[in-house]
Design a protein around this ligand. Structure first.
Ligand code: 0X9
Ligand code: ZN
Ligand code: ZN
Length: 304
């Protein structure tokens, strides 16, 4: 059965999302936002009190298949929203004034594959013409200096950029959703693991983003909140200098189409367990990350 303190498989996550929407009709609704290469539905939860002209924060999890802590975080976020509405003043305020679009698992085919075949799979599961290798790196598949630095046209590589920008059904669905809702989406948070970092654009160039100073201040404030709970240390700053140069990433693409508050989270840990973070760390990881996400959301509510 489903548990917030365990890693849930895709069927369990899909049953959970149907259920939490059914149980909280005034706060949570579920829609199918795309369909994967192998034909699985990709679900989207809209969390917030219905209202007119609401600004929105888009959060995706399960971008890279093996980063299991990330779908766990998206589930945790929705649980906290539902439990906090009407009792926690700050979260209630956020839910009254913002919509949160939550994608619990974007790369559904890859996620299933990590449960059935290869725990360390990263990419999508699409076939590539003239290659026996499968899968594109979804975070190298966006139209932001596509297939230049930090990515490759070698289909067998972990950072394969794909045959064209948005060649993947999953990335195309995400890009279409952002384009179709660009007037309301003010913030995009892409949840990954691991390395305890909170980078922001750009990663395809060493040039600073137009909003660099504000994004730096927001990431600093968010990290302070996160660190206050259990002392987990995060680094933050422009992606290219904080992590590495990488082209075709969703955060850079979203920023360049106009989503100003675009951040990537790299959750626990720093390498002791890496992608295989023990279930015993789910609760602390999610609780500390909630503080950072709420800090950013509050900034968006006030300033966007
Ligand atoms: O390389 C990535 O896609 C991310 N690291 S991961 O280990 N989760 O694969 C980092 C993404 C940071 N953002 C950008 N590079 N734009
Ligand atoms: Zn990742
Ligand atoms: Zn909590």
């Amino acid at each position: 059965g489903h548990s917030y303190d365990k890693y849930n498989d895709l069927d369990t996550i899909n049953a959970w999302s149907a259920n939490i929407a059914a149980q909280n009709p005034g706060l949570v609704s579920r829609s199918q936002f795309g369909i994967s290469y192998e034909g699985r539905p990709i679900y989207l939860l809209k969390v917030g009190r219905p209202g007119v002209d609401k600004k929105a924060v888009l959060i995706d999890c399960g971008f890279h298949a093996r980063e299991w802590i990330t779908p766990a975080f998206c589930q945790w976020f929705v649980k906290e929203a539902v439990n906090s509405y009407g009792s926690d003043a700050q979260f209630t305020d956020l839910l009254n004034n913002l919509d949160f679009y939550i994608i619990p698992v974007l790369n559904v085919d890859g996620y299933v594959y990590t449960w059935t075949n290869d725990r360390m799979w990263r990419k999508t599961r699409s076939a590539t013409k003239n290659s026996k290798c499968f899968g594109t790196d979804p975070n190298r598949n966006f139209n932001a200096a596509w297939c230049t630095g930090g990515s490759t046209s070698n289909a067998c590589a972990e950072t394969y950029c794909g045959s064209t920008p948005e060649s993947e059904s999953e990335t195309k669905a995400l890009a279409d959703f952002i384009r179709n809702n660009i007037s309301s989406i003010k913030s995009y948070l892409s949840i990954h693991s691991y390395s305890q970092m909170l980078p922001f654009p750009y990663s395809y160039t060493n040039a600073k983003a137009k909003d660099n100073a504000e994004l730096y201040a927001v990431s600093e404030g968010a990290v302070k909140q996160l660190e206050s709970l259990y002392g987990t240390i995060y680094t933050y700053g422009p992606s290219a200098s904080t992590i590495y140069i990488a082209a075709g990433c969703s955060d850079d693409w979203a920023y360049d189409v106009g989503v100003k508050y675009s951040f990537t989270f790299e959750l626990r840990d720093t390498g002791k367990y890496g992608f295989i973070l023990p279930e015993s760390e789910i609760k602390e990881t999610c609780e500390e990350t909630m503080l950072a996400v709420k800090y950013i959301a509050n900034h968006v509510m006030i300033n966007a």
